[in-house]
Design a protein around this ligand. Structure first.
Ligand code: HEM
Length: 134
């Protein structure tokens, strides 16, 4: 039997739901990121449900997410590299509010690694230097 353990024992689906809800409030209100999300996401509740499954899979290893994040971002041609540290700032702040400190460090690290790999895929250049976001 495969044990599905969260990346930190304190993490629950309730934390993840709050993380996603507060993070999307923050990016929606962001002067740069807000217009990108608003113009691209027609059904916010459906997107939030997808994101809750995504973070449940990443942080709790539930397998709840079955989507393809790379093509979803490669088509976002208006996104530039500096949007990623901005995204990570909001995400990190929300994670710090929701999780225990030890868990928040792991959640931030997971987001950063996925962000780096998404940006490398979006930049389309296998020789691009790895991003150096704070
Ligand atoms: C500046 C950075 C980012 C922007 C502007 C952005 C924007 C978006 C937008 C507009 C969508 C909806 C695409 C669609 O349904 O057509 C989306 C989907 C998604 N994003 Fe991002 N994103 C960013 C970074 C990230 C990062 C760093 C992660 C993960 C750590 C992430 C995870 C996802 C996932 C899982 C989906 C759902 C894909 C699916 O439909 O299955 N995004 N994003």
């Amino acid at each position: 039997v495969i044990k599905r353990r969260p990346i930190h024992p304190s993490i629950t689906q309730r934390h993840i739901d709050t993380l996603v809800d507060t993070f999307y409030d923050a990016v929606w209100a962001d002067a740069r990121l807000g217009p990108i999300f608003k113009s691209r996401i027609a059904d916010r509740p459906a997107h939030l449900a997808t994101m809750k499954r995504f973070w449940s899979a990443v942080l709790m290893h539930t397998g709840a997410y079955k989507g393809k994040p790379v093509p979803a971002h490669v088509k976002l041609t208006e996104v530039v590299e500096s949007d990623f540290p901005r995204w990570l700032d909001h995400f990190g702040r929300c994670a710090d509010r929701v999780f225990e400190p030890e868990a928040a460090v792991l959640v931030r690290a997971a987001a950063r690694r996925i962000a780096e790999s998404l940006w490398l895929a979006m930049s389309g250049d296998p020789f691009a230097p790895p991003p150096a976001w704070r």
